[in-house]
Ligand binder design. Structure first.
Ligand code: T4K
Length: 370
């Protein structure tokens, strides 16, 4: 093995180049390259079928469907959310002039703790925006009970939850809407890309207007929409990637099995196990470092791994509530978010993707076991 070989946290799932070229030829011949073309329509249908959801609307990334969902549901005032996520989750609220209210996470899952939501509700609260962090399903039943009791909407940031199912049902059917990211670094990618999942045709139609500047016809604009249309090249790429995503998830699963076997008995290192009844997608493999027991801090291990060509990532450190835009909010106070701080301060996401070799996995494990 090349000693200079760097193992990155992820590596994109790429379609076969010859097959992609054939589809590009079709697109060239048709001269229809964007604006709800035939590959776009095919991909929306194929994704709805694969994901076991009624309707999918494609977006150019995973941030714009969050922003658009809030607009479509006319969310205002305050929204309850988690600080333990990628910053785009909270930014989507800010872009809509909504005040984020951070609630601490459950250390058993990394997801918002439903039992702490009610205490954060005020007369201005209109919605809850949880995240299925690392693709681990939130307690959607409990969250819905609270939402129903207080008349709140629920928008799931499901950027990590592609293909995740609980007892055979897609997690994406929970809440009022769910959003996905198809960024290059995700389990399933369309280079840049994303989607919104909704329950009915009426909502799908309205979302399709909103992602096309609000156009409901050639001369009619029904809302101040945005441009988040996906072109034909990325739709064709997405169709090809959909064919190989199950194999990619299985390859990731095998890496998770190896990591767990090797790390289960390492003092001071913990990780999540699979949840009963859940079809996981193995999008990330976070480990948590207890410095006292392990004999090294998280950052010491992180930088030692880096120096040796193993490029994990500290997703999600710092917490969103620590960034300048949000840290002045009362709910961002560290004493309000002890579990989230502990997780952010101890996490390293190990390299996790479909193309990791046995030698790569051995090298990563050796870095941790010393
Ligand atoms: N909500 C949640 C919960 C999210 O996690 C995200 C995005 C969003 C919403 C918003 O969705 P998008 O608008 O992004 O679709 C990455 C991604 O850019 C971001 O999509 C993702 N979450 C976030 C967790 O991670 P970086 O800055 O860490 O990626 P980067 O460029 O450092 O890449 C990581 C590694 O991946 C590289 O070291 C090597 C490999 N890589 C990356 C790219 C881009 C490749 O091998 N090839 C590539 O083309 O943000």
């Amino acid at each position: 093995m090349d000693n200079n070989h760097q193992i990155t946290v992820t590596s994109p799932l790429l379609p076969d180049l010859d097959e992609f070229h054939q589809l590009l030829k079709e697109i060239w011949d048709s001269k229809w390259i964007t604006n709800n073309g035939s590959f776009h329509q095919r991909l929306e249908k194929a994704l709805a079928e694969y994901l076991k959801v009624p309707y999918v609307s494609l977006f150019t990334n995973g941030t714009l469907p969050l922003i658009t969902a809030l607009q479509a549901l006319r969310i205002t005032g305050e929204v309850i959310t988690t600080p333990y996520s990628f910053v785009a989750t909270t930014h989507s609220l800010w872009w809509n002039g909504i005040k984020p209210v951070f609630v601490d996470i459950d250390p058993a899952t990394g997801n918002i703790d439903p039992e702490k939501i009610e205490a954060a509700i005020t007369p201005k609260t209109t919605a809850i925006m949880p995240v299925h962090v690392y693709g681990k399903p939130c307690d959607t039943k409990r969250i819905q009970e609270i939402a129903d009791k207080y008349g709140l909407k629920v928008i799931y940031d499901a950027a990590h939850a592609f293909g995740v199912e609980v007892n055979g049902e897609s997690i994406l059917n929970a809440g009022d809407m769910s959003t996905l990211s198809f960024h290059a670094t995700k389990v399933y990618n369309t280079i840049e890309g994303g989607a919104m999942v909704m329950h009915d045709e009426k909502t799908k139609k309205r979302i399709d207007y909103l992602k096309n500047f609000g156009f409901a016809g050639e001369t009619e604009v029904v809302a101040p929409g945005i441009n988040s249309k996906v072109d034909e090249m990325r739709s064709a790429y997405g169709l090809l990637n959909l064919r190989q995503v199950d194999d990619a998830i299985e390859a990731r699963h095998q890496v998770a099995v190896r990591y767990r076997e090797a790390l289960r008995d390492v003092d001071g290192i913990t990780f999540f196990d699979d949840m009963p009844g859940v079809r996981h997608n193995y999008s990330y493999f976070p480990i948590f470092v207890d410095a006292d027991k392990f004999g090294m801090t998280r950052d010491e291990l992180y930088f030692k791994m880096r120096d040796n060509g193993v490029l994990g990532r500290r997703y999600f450190y710092p917490l969103i509530s620590e960034f300048t835009t949000y840290r002045g909010l009362p709910s961002a106070a560290p004493e309000n978010l002890p579990n989230a701080h502990r997780m952010a301060d101890t996490v390293i996401c190990l390299p996790m993707h479909h193309a990791l070799s046995d030698a790569d996995v051995n090298k990563i494990i050796a870095q941790i076991k010393r």
